[in-house]
Design a protein around this ligand. Structure first.
Ligand SMILES: [Zn+2]
Ligand SMILES: [Zn+2]
Length: 162
């Protein structure tokens, strides 16, 4: 047997980073991390939470949880994808053609932003539909319909169980 020295690929490295970033989230219900990479280099990172210097849900609402919007999500938080994209925009990074790694499949509202920013590919870890208990992976479906490549990490193109 030849001695092999397998190197981690960028998908593994960036998804692992996204998983670690999710742990920084102060939201109580969902903790999501995102990494935005272009040409194998990281251009931004993000995790879900209210805008900087506004609220920390876990510290302010430890008993009641985050204030909810009509869909049952935290009403204060920017999503991980939004935070990653906004930081890249603020810093003038070129986002077009980038790949977004995210620990939860994008919601429809993030999907609209991802599409508009011309991000070419989204790799997600967990199903948003399963998390929300809804029948369809609406964000991923929207992106695929309009030509953005979407795959579930560890499953491959399209994801097996959408
Ligand atoms: Zn929250
Ligand atoms: Zn979202």
């Amino acid at each position: 047997m030849p001695i092999t020295n397998p190197k981690p690929n960028f998908d593994d490295i960036y998804m692992e980073l996204a998983i670690n970033l999710a742990k920084r989230s102060h939201c109580i219900k969902a903790q999501v991390g995102a990494v935005l990479a272009r040409d194998t280099r990281i251009i931004s990172i993000g995790y879900n939470g209210p805008p900087a210097e506004t609220h920390n849900c876990d510290e302010e609402f430890p008993l009641t949880g985050c204030p909810r919007d009509s869909k049952g999500s935290c009403s204060l938080a920017l999503h991980a994808e939004q935070n990653a994209i906004l930081y890249a925009v603020k810093n003038g990074s070129k986002i077009e053609g980038s790949t977004l790694y995210v620990t939860l499949a994008p919601c429809i509202s993030c999907a609209r932003v991802i599409y508009t920013m011309k991000i070419s590919k989204v790799i997600f870890l967990d199903s948003y539909a399963a998390y929300k208990g809804i029948g369809v992976e609406e964000g991923a479906e929207f992106l695929k319909t309009f030509g953005v490549e979407v795959e579930q990490y560890g499953v491959g193109a399209g994801g097996a169980v959408l």
